[in-house]
Design a protein around this ligand. Sequence first.
Ligand SMILES: [Zn+2]
Length: 375
Amino acid sequence: MRNTNKKLIFKCIKDNLNLSKRIIAEKLGLSTTTVATVINELESDGKIKTCGTAKSTGGRKSLLYEVNPAAGYATGIDIQVDRIIFVLLDFAGNLVSTKEIPLTDKSEWVVATVLNDVIPEFAQENKISMDEILGIGLGVPGIVNERSGVIDFAPNLEWENVNLRSLLKCQAPIVVENEANAAALGEKGFGVGRNVSDMIYVSVGMGVGCGIIIENRLFSGTSFNAGEFGHMTVEYDGPACKCGKRGCWEVFASNKAALNRYKEKSGLALKDFDEFVQRLIAGEELALAVADDIVKYLGIGIGNIVNGLNPQMVVLGGKLTEAKEVIYDKILQQIKCFTLSKSLTELEIQFSALNSKASAMGVAGIVLDQAVEGL
Ligand SMILES: [Zn+2]
């Protein structure tokens, strides 16, 4: 009971600005004595601190509280196919620092060596000792067994049954999560989804993956494989997909699909998806035509998802969103074409607010949540 109250009171202080003991007691329906005892404990543990005073009704000044940002830090790491993104969050969830390093060799041994070097280096650059790191969150583009932390399968990294956690030298607890799930949690905790309870994050990259938030919680599925909408069939006799089926959504809507389509239409192989986005932003006719195809399929897939789950918000993430000025109206129009009108009425379509940091912030957020659970 005491621990439950402690977590409740801490979360209340975290979610609201400048609260006094009396207001906290009122908000949570607890006695002021209980609140005062817990607050003393949290304060002497250094988890919260005072942040000024407010006049109470009797004219006496009451102390206000906030989370102590220096009570610990979380490192979030997003392992992408060609780069690793690091973020550091303080105990209050503020973004302290970010770092990005290119990845030329994707083998798990090389990735582990890089992480073992960079994790302490990153803390040191921010003048934080490794003792202050509450945990490390890892986001990976693959299927993760959330219980064991083992990455069952990450096709774009060419990883199978990789226990990255066991390869890291770090003493702090390590959590591993799928990148789209992590990005969904990132947007929910720190981005556009903060005030939304039902949300789908659609990660458009070399594949298409989704993170599903239902009633404020991540939905992982029985085999931790929920959100693989990239492999829903949109054309039953369509082109082969790397999953072994044909006509999957990501064959038509991913960045890879855009590059293939561009090559089909022009005979020209672009260097990478960045180049496609640049051409799109510059208004190149061919890139615009390819984007129309891609956006149509994004609309089909998102429409199907929305019809099935009726979320409040769909958040689109990935490099394509850098061209949001060009594609926003088109995508909205396509989603409308394929979505039941009843599900459209309260649906909000957003682009990721955290962009390339969404997954890293999401996994760092898991670390912070676990620290609160352990209070
Ligand atoms: Zn597939």
